[in-house]
Design a protein around this ligand. Structure first.
Ligand SMILES: [Zn+2]
Length: 267
């Protein structure tokens, strides 16, 4: 058992994770469609019927309803229970690893954003600004309280306070992770007169940098790029897709890499 968090806190993290995952499902569906995440209340995307509160209980309702809408009988996407379960599990792991502390909640917030962006990119090939830029802003606030690691801050500003070094590390990481990808996309679109890498990916890298710092952000990028290349190739071959026109959900792989890093290594 980790010294940082007792079992009670882990159970609480799981329950909060299920509830937040349920809200995140609403955001994943609505943000790419520019619909408010507050109003209207939850509805079935197939028939539009309002969801009763007892049919809106994370995981449990999906099992009780056997994955079908009570009104129209159409299937509820498997994404709904998967997101709820994923956020619950990732929050337990984050709190287990970093304790019921600001650091623990920094990584819980980060994991939830990774889950959300993983799905919006997979389903819509979109990385909404609310998650990428909003997330980067949240990461910047956390950088005041939890040290963003990086050799740059230690080497350049050894005499400064930890907060200054943390903010410098976050800023440099965001610049060096997002900058080159932005430049490649910019040059590509000028040379070929069509869009290469999307701005969504650039903003996602900004987010990764602010949370992870440069070294660990590069590790996330490496994991995402390698996994994306291998799995993308297998998928294109197996499904007989056209490799030239198939758009790989690169952001989803980046998010998977990002989600793994703070759980694999202690930051
Ligand atoms: Zn329905």
């Amino acid at each position: 058992m980790s010294a940082e968090a007792g079992v009670g806190y882990l159970i609480l993290a799981a329950l909060f994770g299920l509830l937040f995952g349920s809200f995140l499902n609403v955001c994943i569906y609505r943000l790419p469609r520019d619909v408010s995440v507050v109003l209207p209340r939850s509805f079935c995307p197939e028939c539009g019927a309002g969801i009763r509160w007892r049919d809106n209980i994370p995981l449990l309702s999906y099992v009780v309803l056997r994955g079908r809408c009570r009104d129209c009988g159409k299937g509820i996407g498997i994404r709904y229970p998967l997101v709820e379960l994923a956020v619950a599990v990732l929050w337990v792991l984050a709190i287990y690893r970093y304790g019921w502390t600001i650091a623990g909640w920094k990584w819980a917030v980060f994991e939830a954003i990774m889950v959300a962006l993983f799905w919006t990119d997979l389903e819509e090939r979109l990385l909404p600004d609310e998650f990428t830029l909003g997330g980067a802003l949240a990461g910047l606030v956390f950088a005041f309280f939890v040290m963003v690691p990086g050799a740059a801050g230690e080497l350049l500003l050894p005499e400064r306070t930890p907060v200054v070094r943390s903010l410098v590390n976050a800023g440099l990481a965001a610049f060096f992770l997002a900058g080159p990808v932005w430049f490649i996309g910019f040059a590509y679109s000028h040379l070929r007169k069509k869009e290469g890498l999307g701005m969504g990916d650039v903003k996602l890298l900004l987010l990764l940098g602010v949370f992870l710092g440069l070294e660990d952000g590069l590790l996330a990028l490496l994991i995402g790029a390698v996994a994306g290349s291998i799995l993308g190739l297998i998928y294109v071959r197996a499904m007989h897709k056209d490799a030239a026109s198939y758009e790989l959900p690169f952001g989803s792989f980046l998010c998977a890499g990002g989600a793994l890093v703070p759980l694999l290594i202690k930051i």
